[in-house]
Design a binder for this molecule. Sequence first.
Ligand SMILES: [Fe+2]
Length: 203
Amino acid sequence: MKIAEKSIAEDELYSLALAVIDSINDTIAASFKNDFPEAELLQKRRLKPLLLPITECIPHISNTSESTIALVDSIKKSYQKQQWRQPYSIEDFGSDFFHKSAWFPIADVNGPLVYPDGLMEIMLMGPGLTYPKHKHEPEELYIVLSGKVWWETEKDGETPCWKKAGEAIYHAPNQVHAITSGDEPVLVLNLWRGGGFQIPKII
Ligand SMILES: [Fe+2]
């Protein structure tokens, strides 16, 4: 019974995340969405829940958008059942980043939905936090779910700029990028394709 309940939570997050991608009306987002298989086709794996101190802010998260509020509500409902991760060490980006950022997987090579060809995860950043310059081989789509981020990247005429809930950020393979959260916690839907999980290269 418990396994069935957990599967429902994962499937709900997965389908709500796909609906958020769908709300971004452009060809790149559409192609990311089309690459994700039906949830029924993905193997399920039971992960042990793991909370990190920064996740305590999740019940107070606000400033969503019409297109992201359903996913944020589902995250608020299920965040204590998720396996939150901090893939970086203090040496990578410092103590502040280490303690005030966290991720949990919806679908990836090690996720509750096993998906080896890409990644769908939720990123949490505390207020006023910089995720410094980094790059990685997989293509990436971020969709801001709540709050706003200051986006900086190379090879792009429109940055630096703010991206708020409901707006997307795209990075080509190995495009250097950085984001800084505004004055409130931020949730971001983070998608990769073209390779399983790897620790990004720090610039
Ligand atoms: Fe990235």
